[in-house]
Design a protein around this ligand. Structure first.
Ligand code: SF4
Ligand code: SF4
Length: 554
């Protein structure tokens, strides 16, 4: 393990060095400097596995930085990472590639009337790279005496008598067949008084903990997949776009009225400085098209005349993919009896808990706030760690996080229940409708085909190269197809093996007529495959530490 220090026992272990985990760590350390706080991150560096839009509200990040880094506004990092505030905020409805309606005025009226839709106004927010933000927060954490251990995957949580006692790290140095190689390192344990799960969306340890500790969600967690590219454009194009510009769009190519396709989601374009524009699509994983490749949708959006005027002839300099938890309030995992978001001395924060406000399709501000609230509850209750989850939950349920989640409680489910065409208008009054239950995303798959094919094959190899993803080749595959017979006997005839198409990294291939995760080294850790395989036939496990994408500006 890194350094000569003894990490076998710490006061608090935090799994995941994203904004939520680091906000937790920093808050604890500022309030109780004597506590040993350790953050474990599977990426080779903090921020490597963090990808988001991202429009970031100012309140929560300012509160965190004010508490942790005096004079932060004058630092080089602040001047770089928080350099852009949205001053040109527009939302469009694309009816067809060339026909769009600017709906910003309606959203602004909705805001004035206090309607949920008004939350889509982002003017005044920062445009940030969440990978850069996470690296910065990790450096602030280290300056405050927190150990941020990067390149270590956590395999499981240790539970003793129903209480967390720490975590197991993943063993390293096995060959493809599971044999120990000369560099083998046995799975280490880190014991801790408190465990914080801050792994991001669909956290592996979080899901294991939910099952073992008897937590439950009132309704299924739903997911979407975000595909993003950063494109370097010409001076003229960037100037025309505007340095403080944020564009969100609904409609084509994710949804068009009556003729289809009919999916939940949209597109975005954000100014990133240095002549770079981030462009992406977000697609609900309840899509029904078995041949749908989310990267086709991104290409179609980039080919609209609107996007093309800013992006044509630009160079893709970075790319990536990530899931977003969309189930909202009723998908937050809570203890069956107490309603706690965690249990005793274990809490779940950020995207791992699902704190994404679907009216904004933003969760970064909530992730940071939940980390600060968890830190507060932990610092206060170290003398009786059994109270931590209850105290944290009380704080969350009295906070802006809960208010936002409550306001959006039926929004996404209305689309699931009524479909995109009717869900769109009814989502405005979703809270007046019955609270719908949603089926799991993979159950929505049908044999229907996505209607906007036709662009040339998307080059997934180049895409993964732009994510700089890599894994040690000689390790066992971290992707398992549970029953290969299902692929042949059921999936091929019905859906024609959709994992081959929807995986953004082209990991799955047909080899000797069998579907295999043939290129696990390309995996972007988005976990879409285990949530969208229509037969729930794929399991994603954590690879050795340091593997995965190496995002810098995402
Ligand atoms: Fe179909 Fe799932 Fe098999 Fe892929 S892994 S072929 S999606 S059953
Ligand atoms: Fe995402 Fe699964 Fe493909 Fe990896 S293999 S990139 S987790 S869909």
């Amino acid at each position: 393990m890194a350094d000569n220090k003894n990490f076998n026992k710490v006061s608090v272990i935090i799994v995941g060095a994203g904004p939520a985990g680091l906000a937790t760590a920093i808050t604890i350390k500022k309030q109780k400097p004597h506590l040993d706080v350790c953050v474990v991150e599977k990426g080779a560096d903090a921020g490597n596995h963090n990808l988001s839009g991202a429009a970031l509200e100012k309140l929560q990040i300012h509160q965190l930085l004010d508490s942790a880094a005096a004079g932060w506004k004058d630092t080089e990092q602040a001047k770089d990472i928080l350099a852009r505030t949205i001053d040109n905020d527009n939302v469009y409805m694309f009816l067809l590639p060339k026909i769009k309606i600017k709906i910003t005025p309606f959203i602004k009226i909705a805001k004035k009337l206090g309607l949920g839709l008004g939350q889509m106004v982002h003017a005044g927010d920062y445009l940030v790279s969440v990978s850069k933000l996470s690296k910065w927060l990790a450096s602030i954490a280290r300056q405050n005496g927190i150990e941020v251990l990067t390149g270590f995957s956590v395999e499981d949580i240790i539970l003793e008598n129903g209480k967390a006692a720490g975590v197991f790290l993943k063993e390293q140095g096995l060959d493809k067949h599971g044999n120990k190689q000369p560099n083998y390192a046995a799975p280490e344990k880190i014991y801790a008084d408190v465990v914080v799960l801050a792994e991001g969306c669909d956290g592996l340890i979080t899901e294991k903990f939910i099952e073992k500790a008897g937590l439950q969600r009132k309704d299924n967690q739903l997911y979407s997949l975000g595909i993003k590219e950063i494109i370097k454009v010409s001076d003229q194009q960037y100037k025309a776009f505007g340095d403080g510009t944020s564009i969100h769009s609904m409609g084509y190519p994710i949804w068009t009225p009556f003729i289809g396709p009919a999916m939940f989601g949209g597109s975005f374009m954000y100014a990133m400085g240095d002549n770079k524009i981030a462009v992406g699509v977000i697609v609900g994983l309840d899509f029904k098209y078995c041949d749908f490749n989310p990267q086709d949708a991104l290409t179609h959006f980039k080919n609209t005349p609107f996007a093309r005027q800013y992006l044509s002839d630009g160079q893709v300099v970075e790319a990536g993919a990530k899931m977003i938890p969309e189930g909202g309030l009723n998908a937050i995992p809570r203890d069956r009896e107490t309603g706690d978001i965690g249990k005793f001395n274990t809490v779940i924060v950020g995207d791992s808990a699902g704190f994404v406000n679907m009216l904004k399709i933003k969760g970064l501000h909530n992730a940071i706030e939940s980390g600060m609230l968890a830190g507060k509850a932990i610092a206060k209750n170290m003398h009786n760690t059994n109270n931590i989850a209850a105290d944290y939950t009380r704080l969350v349920d009295a906070s802006n996080i809960y208010r936002e989640m409550y306001s959006a409680r039926n929004f996404r489910q209305t689309f699931v229940k009524l479909g995109a065409t009717f869900g769109m208008p009814f989502s405005i009054i979703s809270n007046l409708l019955p609270q719908w239950k949603a089926e799991k995303d993979y159950q929505a798959m049908t044999s229907a085909k996505y209607r906007y094919k036709g662009n040339k094959e998307f080059d997934k190899d180049t895409f993964t190269a732009m994510a700089a993803t890599e894994h040690r080749e000689e390790q066992p595959s971290h992707l398992t197809i549970l029953d290969p017979k299902i692929c042949i006997d059921k999936c091929t005839a019905k859906f024609n093996r959709p994992c081959i198409t929807f995986c953004p990294a082209g990991v799955y291939e047909t080899v000797h007529d069998e579907v295999k995760p043939a290129n696990p080294s390309n995996c972007l850790h988005c976990k879409t495959c285990q949530r969208k395989c229509p037969f729930d036939n794929i399991r994603w496990t954590v690879p050795e530490g340091t593997g995965g994408p190496r995002y810098k500006n995402m």
